[in-house]
Design a protein. Structure first.
Length: 396
């Protein structure tokens, strides 16, 4: 017999996805500390994480922490194929699958319990199917809300399964360290620990106004409402933004180098937008500096677009305003995103009064790349420069 408020939301997350694919495909890597990346760590196996290796740290530092680590070059095509195989298992498990990334999703199994059994049995079968059909370890958290299911999967890693007991959600949450809360990164956790807040229960004892004054409005409100999550699992939800970013390394970069990276990112983002029939109004520039601090700049256009030149001109304007900060603090990462997205098929066509419109150029370049590959044609400023890694993404 099933109760209406039984935990039916699963959060499924492949363990150390890139590294697990490498260990799956090369038997010599199994049980070894594996680092995926060139000069920056994109993923690390749990054997490497045990030595303190973390995503986004330099490979040089990771090698110092774990001298026995095996460093492998990323194979994005292999990860894309593995992701597709994982999602086929998800879709075979439940009709309600909400993808969060290429290796992570929420599944609502409420509607399949009569045929497939209780949620715990469904989760056990899902883990077995992913291991058998895809060859990868996956961890699953089960709860009555998406927030709790995601926290549970984090606690259960690696290669585990954890059910949050219904009715005892706070008993599960409150003893956990603050870092376990969804949305709490190292910076937020440090702010909390600096004032003596180390557990989720101590966060829960604070008022919303106290959290807002400590962390800012968005983060404070989010944490105050951490156990109230009415959001349903939404299948086939379209993206709210489309973006790309590129790590630049620790060496000093000239304005021309930064601009070339920006051009490549805008080219990639707008091409994806057009392929998905999306247009957007807000251009966002994201920067990370030598001290690992971050900054974001944005500008909202008067009209939605997926035109490369329009997004590039706006991005360059945002970069120009940020250049004094970059010159003082250095830069290690640049990213571009377009948000406030709309369906491009619903766009009202403008009169072609501008003789210099580049829409036809965008269409021609897209056609060439579709026929002959993305490297068949490129901008002159990018000739001889590395385009960086293109990480596989969920389809929009």
């Amino acid at each position: 017999m099933f109760v209406a408020d039984d935990p039916t939301i699963l959060h499924a997350d492949v363990d150390s996805f890139f590294a697990s694919v490498e260990q799956r495909d090369d038997t010599h890597l199994r049980g070894q500390p594996v680092i995926v990346g060139a000069w920056v760590v994109l993923a690390a196996s749990y054997e490497a994480k045990a030595h303190g290796v973390e995503t986004a740290m330099s490979v040089a530092r990771a090698r110092r922490l774990c001298p026995r680590a095996v460093v492998v070059e990323p194979r994005m095509s292999a990860y894309a194929e593995a992701s597709k195989a994982i999602y086929r298992v998800f879709d075979d498990t439940s009709p309600l699958v909400e993808g969060l990334s290429i290796d992570e999703a929420f599944l609502d199994v409420r509607g399949v319990r009569r045929l497939s059994g209780p949620p715990v049995e469904i989760a056990m079968r899902l883990r077995s199917d992913v291991r058998r059909r895809v060859g990868l370890p996956i961890t699953i958290g089960i709860a009555r809300t998406k927030f709790l299911a995601k926290v549970a999967s984090g606690v259960a890693k690696p290669d585990g399964l954890l059910l949050v007991p219904p009715g005892d959600e706070l008993g599960f949450l409150h003893p956990l360290p603050v870092e376990r809360l969804w949305g709490v990164g190292s910076v937020t956790a440090a702010k909390l620990r600096d004032v003596g807040i180390a557990t989720v229960g101590e966060v829960a004892a604070l008022s919303e106004s106290s959290l807002v004054s400590l962390l800012g409005r968005a983060s404070g409100r989010h944490l105050h409402a951490h156990n109230r999550d009415p959001r349903p699992v939404q299948a086939r939800r379209r993206r709210r933004s489309i973006g790309a970013q590129r790590a630049l390394g620790r060496s000093r970069k000239s304005p021309d180098d930064i601009d070339a990276s920006l051009v490549g990112l805008v080219d990639r983002v707008t091409r994806r937008m057009r392929a998905a029939d999306r247009i957007g109004r807000t251009v966002v520039l994201r920067l990370r500096f030598d001290d690992f601090s971050r900054a974001t700049r944005s500008h909202t256009l008067p009209y939605p677009t997926a035109n490369t030149d329009a997004v590039l001109a706006t991005s360059r304007g945002l970069l120009a305003t940020a250049m004094p900060m970059i010159e003082r603090r250095g830069i290690t990462l640049v990213g571009v995103a377009v948000s406030n997205l709309e369906d491009g098929r619903m766009l009202q066509l403008a009169l072609p009064l501008d003789r210099h419109s580049t829409a036809a150029i965008d269409a021609a370049v897209d056609e060439v790349r579709a026929r002959f590959g993305t490297t068949a044609i490129t901008r002159a400023v990018l000739v001889g420069r590395s385009g960086g890694l293109t990480v596989p993404l969920l389809a929009d």
